[in-house]
Design a protein around this ligand. Structure first.
Ligand code: UD1
Ligand code: MG
Length: 462
């Protein structure tokens, strides 16, 4: 059994993004692209074929280190002090790893898998076949390095692979291409599996004498070939290996990811009338037999149980929606919302940090925040939980089968008992006991025509 050391390169300046946020923290499906790469790495190291001292490390720069660590505090980092190329990044990572680990035992027994933090969609199957190719070539004495490539009609700024069949002789970076080489359509995906036994020797063989003045990891291929290595090429499909270097490419990556998610959900029985108008997050969890109408946005931490129907123009995040619930159109569900089975939320209703139990209905124009609402209660149009007194948030608790008349203000903290009835237009600041009717409405005064003309009722003009 071999050890698997995975280094994810994320130290680059990301200058083509033209943004202050580190490139690899930019989200796809609301998960930083680095998070997508980490999911792949986690899946690989938990394979039973590898030994226990596997390692996943993030290669970061002194500039983006804090931001990346704040987002992924549990992943070991290796600092690349100067961003002098992907080859230098791997060298820095290996040196740092060696300082922090006892590499005396099993020093050469392992595969280094280099992943790029800006290449988020590589599948576990593809990465696994690359590792296997490197392991097989290691056992043949001919070397131990495998490269992931892809064919594309639009090679743009990808490094080009020069190969004879499935054996590679070199990779040429976009900046170094001659006009004839520009026409090569076989490109480098930015993933390599390299045997530990050879990596130091090959890394020492690359120089920075090129158009960027950088140590290209891709020159490892030529350095390995010179030592007699035969380098196998694994081909992936283009979409899986797209690299993100600019905001335009980020938008393309997002579009690709959303399309995959929609197709997966539809295959599982989630019905969508216009899937291209529905946007999901990496963790959106939707059961079979849910119906999604056009134009919906799902932020992180949303789950929807079977039979629910989400109508158009809803913005939903941090919400657990129960079976056969009906939401929207035009509803906003904010974090920590729990809607039990058969709940109905209608248009222009906002719910936050609230638990609405089985069968609750809030059909129109309401704000329900920090509330607990018992089963079968009915929340009239325009009901507002006044949860904030300017200093702190307070809870509104309703029992079962409460009827809240339209345009009521419930001033928290307040508790309303089972079967209570709140008269429309009330301002409820005191608790209401079970079965009671609560009203705070001012008595209505009807003034007839005669009364309106009387002196006392005439308005004075200034
Ligand atoms: C790289 C490859 C290219 C390949 C493409 C695939 C090299 C030299 N080129 O080009 O052949 O077709 O990816 O997407 O490898 N990084 C560091 N330290 C550095 C420089 C970069 O950690 O000093 C990191 C970046 O943060 C990024 C990754 O390495 O995550 C790739 O760097 P990037 O500048 O995006 O390389 P590309 O031009 O895309
Ligand atoms: Mg890149």
């Amino acid at each position: 059994m071999q050890n698997l050391l995975i280094f994810i390169l994320a130290a680059g300046k990301g200058s083509r993004m033209k943004r202050a946020m580190p490139k690899v923290l930019h989200p796809i499906g609301n998960l930083p692209m680095l998070g997508h790469v980490l999911k792949l790495a986690d899946g690989l190291v938990t394979q039973p074929t590898y030994a226990q001292n596997n390692h996943i490390g993030l290669v970061v720069s002194p500039d983006n280190c804090d931001a990346i660590q704040a987002r992924f505090p549990d992943i070991p980092i290796h600092i690349q002090h100067q961003q002098s190329g992907t080859g230098d990044a791997v060298k820095a990572a290996l040196a740092d790893y060696a300082t922090n680990h006892n590499t005396q035992n099993n020093a050469d027994n392992g595969i280094v898998l280099v992943l790029y933090g800006d290449t988020p969609f590589i599948s576990q199957k593809t990465a696994q076949s690359l590792i296997t190719a490197a392991q097989q070539s290691a056992s043949q004495e001919s070397g131990a390095l495998a490269v992931l490539g892809f064919n594309t009609a639009n090679p743009a700024n990808y490094g080009r692979i020069v190969a004879d069949g499935d054996i590679i002789s070199k990779i040429i970076e976009a900046k170094e291409l001659t006009p004839a080489q520009r026409k090569i359509t076989l490109c480098n995906a930015g993933v390599m599996a390299i045997n530990l036994a050879h990596i130091h020797q090959w890394l020492d063989g690359i120089s920075n004498q090129n158009a960027s003045g950088e140590y290209y990891l891709t020159d490892l291929v030529a350095a390995a070939t010179e030592t007699g290595a035969q380098i196998p090429l694994i081909i992936a499909d283009e979409a899986q290996v797209m690299g993100v270097n600019s905001l335009a490419e980020l938008a393309i990556a997002e579009q690709y990811w959303q399309q995959q998610k929609r197709e997966n959900l539809m295959a599982q029985g989630v019905m969508m009338q216009a899937p291209e108008t529905v946007f999901f997050s990496h963790d959106t969890d939707i059961a079979t037999d849910v119906r999604l109408d056009p134009h919906l946005y799902f932020g992180e931490k949303v789950s929807i149980a079977s039979g629910a129907h989400i109508k158009s123009f809803c913005h939903i995040e941090g919400a657990a929606i129960g079976e056969n619930a009906s939401i929207g159109p035009f509803a906003r569900l904010r974090p920590k919302t729990q809607l039990d089975d058969n709940v109905k939320i209608g248009n222009f209703v906002e719910v936050k940090n609230s638990h609405l139990k089985n069968g609750v209905k809030a059909g129109h124009l309401s704000y329900l925040g920090d509330a607990e609402i018992g089963a079968d209660s009915n929340i009239g149009a325009g009901t507002i939980t006044c949860n904030y007194d300017g200093f702190a948030k307070h809870k509104t608790i309703l029992g079962e089968n409460v009827f809240v008349g339209s345009n009521s203000a419930l001033i928290a903290p307040v508790t309303i008992g089972d079967n209570a009835l709140i008269g429309a237009g009330s301002v409820i600041a005191k608790n209401v006991e079970n079965d009671a009717l609560a009203l705070t409405r001012a008595p209505q005064k009807n003034i007839g025509k005669q009364g309106m003309n009387s002196k006392s009722n005439k308005q004075t003009k200034d």
